[in-house]
Ligand binder design. Structure first.
Ligand code: EPU
Length: 418
């Protein structure tokens, strides 16, 4: 979908079940490469990234089947080690193929993933980790060539300037499951998605200690076997629905949300005056019909801190919360590309270094805006739900150009064509 058109100004009421977590699912698909046996994955979100990962695994030789919209089965009996640019360039998360390929085959040739719409996305920590395990790494014509014939368990430190690395941790854990000896990863990421990956690996026969903490210890085994696994609910999607209820002053029940995965986010909402009720083990109720919000200061941090993937959505909410709020982005200091689009809707936000200074307004107005990444799209849609008139959120420059040129020619733009 390239355009989302929103007639805002209406409160959202109803209930919704969140999908499985995208960022858990992608490394979990890659983990299926670690065994010749079948891995069945339930609660898979229906997303283009998932299909891209399916295509990558098929290219590597795996048999990939979508049994129903949310259940996939992967059997990687015989695989190769080459992931081409054509597929890798479609999705940055393809980097998580490195770990399983090294674990299973001791070699990998994978196109180097580039940056993204919110700045450079280095993989130096992944490379440092693999090198510590005895791997040699070469770059040739945009491809990473990794040779792991001498790999063995090692002590790694994955801390960087912005904390640990989520996909880097996934890569090290997956490789280490099939590497002789004990690997200890200090400063590993402890995001719920990493915990979920580790739970699958344990079900496949891996030996992992410290799951959910910043120190993971993995004892390599000779082989892993098949397993069946249910992906955790998407905490970022759940958080986005919560903001949707708040920004429209609606009343929404969100099913399939784990509040433990959202503590820092829920704590900030509580501070701003919105209480989210837990109505069951995985059910949250947000009644914002009489909500009066207060401004808050937020700093994004690695888990269990406030998640960067809920930064843009919260900025949209704070843009319509009277008073002065500040959001400081510590994971991706440039992840404010969407702010200029919120400004086009009337938001009063200034960027000072890694911080957004937000002077809340009582109302935004609809506009045609351009989304730079997934979470930016969510923030702009949320702002559009709040605005009284119509908002168009466009995904591609090409579409914007097309709209302008046709509008200029006096034609009426239609959505159906896109
Ligand atoms: N970093 C380095 N060197 C590295 C790796 C990372 O300096 O080798 C830096 C990054 O530049 C960033 C920070 O460390 O400043 C954290 O990066 P991380 O590697 O943890 O990010 P990631 O694994 O590439 C995952 C999610 C992102 C999410 C981040 C942070 C997946 C597929 N992606 O990315 O999700 O923002 O962790 O939580 O799991 C999204 O879903 O919209 C999204 C961008």
């Amino acid at each position: 979908m390239d355009v989302v058109r929103i007639q805002g100004g209406r409160a959202l009421h109803g209930s919704i079940t969140v999908s499985g977590a995208k960022n858990a699912c992608l490394p979990i698909f890659a983990a299926a490469l670690l065994t010749e046996e079948t891995v069945t994955i339930d609660n898979v979100p229906e997303l283009s990234d998932v299909h891209t990962m399916g295509k990558l695994l098929t290219h590597l030789g795996a048999d990939v089947k979508q049994l129903d919209p949310h259940t996939w089965q992967i059997t990687a009996k015989k695989i190769t080690h080459f992931a081409p640019h054509k597929l890798v360039s479609q999705m940055r998360a393809s980097v998580v193929l490195l770990g399983p390929l090294l674990g299973r085959l001791r070699k990998a040739v994978v196109s180097q993933p580039g940056g993204c719409n919110f700045g450079p996305r280095p993989i130096d920590l992944h490379i440092k980790g693999f090198k510590s395990m005895g791997c040699t790494v070469r770059m040739k014509r945009g491809y990473l060539h990794l040779d792991g014939s001498n790999m063995k368990g090692a002590e790694l430190f994955l801390g960087g300037r912005q904390g640990s690395t989520v996909t880097g941790t996934a890569n090290m854990v997956m490789a280490a499951t099939l590497v002789r000896g004990i690997t200890r990863i200090d400063s590993s990421a402890c995001e719920p998605e990493i915990e979920d990956l580790c739970r699958l690996l344990v079900a496949m026969g891996a030996r992992i200690d410290g799951i959910g903490t910043h120190v993971l210890t993995i004892e390599g085994v000779d082989r892993l076997h098949g397993a069946r696994h249910r992906v955790i609910p998407d905490r970022i999607e759940a958080g986005t629905w919560i903001v949707a209820a708040a920004i429209t002053r609606g009343d929404i029940t969100v099913h399939g949300a784990n509040s433990k995965h959202l503590s820092a986010f829920l704590d900030k909402l509580d501070e701003s005056g919105l209480s989210v009720l837990t109505e069951g083990p995985e059910t949250l109720r947000i009644n914002a019909t009489n909500l009066k919000l207060r401004p808050v200061d937020i700093i994004t941090l690695p888990h269990p801190g406030y998640p960067t993937d809920l930064q843009a959505q919260m900025c949209a909410l704070l843009a319509v919360t009277p008073g002065l709020s500040i959001i400081t982005e510590r994971i991706y200091p440039n992840r404010f590309m969407y702010v200029s689009e919120l400004q086009r809707m009337g938001a009063d936000i200034a960027i000072e270094g890694p911080s957004a200074i937000i002077k809340g307004r009582s109302r935004l107005s609809g506009a045609m805006v351009m989304a730079s990444d997934l979470r930016a799209s969510a923030a702009l849609i949320l702002a559009g739900l709040h605005a009284n008139d119509e908002t168009w959120v466009l995904q591609k420059l090409l579409v914007l150009w097309d709209f302008h040129s046709r509008a200029h020619a006096g034609q009426r733009a239609t959505l159906s064509r896109w």
